[in-house]
Design a protein around this ligand. Structure first.
Ligand code: ZN
Length: 502
């Protein structure tokens, strides 16, 4: 491959949680890239906060493919070992769910794995290469722990076999905590632990209820600790060292710290196990972290029942950078729906001609399809946005811009829409505006008139002609349109006939 630098696009910069800085991404074995994404614990329905993490990981995958890399992505399914507290305490979440619902753990796992897969499909998240299940990999986990044991990293207690973090080099460097700090910062609840941060590799089991998730091992019957599965399954499917590990920011301080400690102890080659760690921020719901414990649990299914297309939620999450906390509200979701609707209306008659390949185009294949200076500028702009640590708000703004640029011909708009879709996954080339929802539909023919009135109102406001601006607002309302003035300009959206109750 010999290409001039200008034809290669920008280098991909990613914010690495190891060291907390932007770094240029370079894979271990180009053009292959290995990505491991911490997957769901299948004890309950995924909520919107969970789903943000998978939309983000999908966006990362799309950015890599846009850059021409071949991505192998692993998303694990946790069906054993994850305790009610991420701090390695409490009862297994799967067992709690089974007792709560009066069903077997197998049934619980099946139900909620299916629910997760349904949401993945509806959000146009590209399927992972493999979705390995923890319960299918217990023998490998036992072998992994035997190696740690042979190297002297473990010690036994009546409650199980523990990893001695005191023996680990640089324990906690991902969390930016010195080892003493980590030791003191955790609650020591298990008697006999050498360091508060030490975690169970193997949990000894007592009691009848736990029999269903018990395996034999040299440390007695029991179950693996939660952190173990991600180390074992990632190495199995991606090799000992791979490129990128992702997860929610809530995994950064404990789960991922422990994955690193045990993996680097296991490998013992003095090299960093994984070079890039990427974490997405929370989705907040009335200022609470959206988690089961906070009580605020809205599912994708709930949004669909209220008439929202899944792409609207996807669009909503892309309006914020993945490292920003984001507030969920139905008003914000309505605004996302309105933006997507405007976009689809604008491109309705301008996107008929595809390249016919059915392939997701990347930067280079799109560049070849663009003839005009303006078209290439938009493409370079989108590449720059995606290269700047996945700046999806910037990419969305560019889509807004090129769909309003009348100097581009149909083929170029189509090429740019397909390119934007590689990055954003919003189904722009194919989703019809009618697919969004029927209840707040605006006639196609009315859009140009609405945008004309909105612009006239903006001009009136800028010139302080308030009466004229108010009259235009009333006129828009009669057309079923509401306007909102934001820092980024004036936005309009259809008035929802039945505001959703929260
Ligand atoms: Zn994990």
């Amino acid at each position: 491959m010999s290409r001039s630098p200008s034809a290669d696009g920008r280098p991909l910069l990613l914010f690495n949680s190891l060291g907390r800085r932007l770094e240029e991404f370079t894979p271990v074995h180009p053009p292959q890239v290995g990505v491991y994404t911490c997957g769901p614990t299948v004890y309950a329905y995924p909520h919107l906060g969970n789903l943000r993490a998978y939309v983000f990981a999908d966006g990362l995958r799309r950015a890599l493919e846009w850059k021409g890399y071949e991505v192998r992505q692993i998303v694990n399914i946790t069906d054993v070992g994850h305790l009610t507290s991420d701090q390695d305490e409490g009862e297994d979440k799967m067992l709690v769910a089974a007792l709560r619902e009066g069903r077997s753990m197998r049934e619980i796992a099946q139900t909620y794995t299916q629910a997760f897969m349904d949401d993945v499909r509806r959000l146009a998240i590209l399927p992972a290469t493999v979705y390995p299940r923890a319960s299918d990999h217990v023998p490998e986990m036992i072998e992994f722990v035997k190696v740690l044991e042979a190297k002297g990293y473990t010690y036994g207690l009546p409650t199980g076999l523990y990893f001695d973090t005191g023996r680990s080099q640089d324990y906690g460097r991902l969390a930016l905590l010195d080892r003493e700090g980590v030791r003191e910062g955790r609650i020591e609840s298990v008697e006999g632990k050498r360091n508060a941060a030490d975690f169970a590799l193997w949990r000894s089991r007592v009691g009848e209820a736990r029999r269903a998730m018990e395996w034999d091992s040299r440390w007695g019957p029991g179950a693996p600790g939660w952190h173990l599965e991600c180390s074992v399954m990632s190495m199995k499917y991606l090799g000992n060292h791979f490129d990128i590990h992702t997860g929610g920011v809530d995994h950064r301080e404990v789960h991922h710290v422990n994955e690193i400690a045990q993996s680097e102890a296991y490998l013992g080659d003095g090299e960093a196990w994984v070079r890039y760690w990427l974490h997405n921020e929370f989705l907040l719901f009335t200022r609470e972290k959206m988690s089961k414990s906070a009580g605020g649990t809205i599912r994708l299914e709930d949004l669909i029942e209220r008439g929202y297309h899944p792409s609207v939620f996807r669009h909503f999450t892309l309006t914020a950078h993945y490292r920003s906390k984001m507030n969920f509200s139905f008003e914000a979701l309505d605004a996302a729906e309105a933006s997507l609707r405007r976009l689809l209306l604008r491109v309705r008659d301008r996107r008929r001609e595809g390249d016919g390949s059915g392939q997701r185009p990347d930067f280079h294949s799109t560049l070849e399809r663009l003839k005009s200076e303006a078209g290439r500028r938009y493409l370079l702009g989108m590449d720059e946005a995606v290269s700047a640590d996945l700046n999806t708000p910037r990419a969305l703004a560019l889509v807004d811009a090129f769909t309003q640029d009348t100097s581009l011909d149909r083929q170029e708009v189509r090429a740019l829409l397909e390119a934007a879709d590689t990055i954003l996954g919003l189904g722009l080339p194919d989703t019809q505006v009618e697919d969004l929802s029927a209840k707040s539909a605006i006639e196609d023919s009315a859009v140009a008139e609405i945008e004309r009135l909105v612009q006239a109102r903006s001009r009136a406001r800028a010139a302080a002609r308030w009466e004229e601006a108010d009259a235009l607002r009333r006129q828009l309302k009669e057309l079923g349109v509401q306007v909102t003035d934001t820092a980024g300009g004036t936005e309009w959206y259809p008035i929802r006939r039945q505001p959703p109750a929260v």
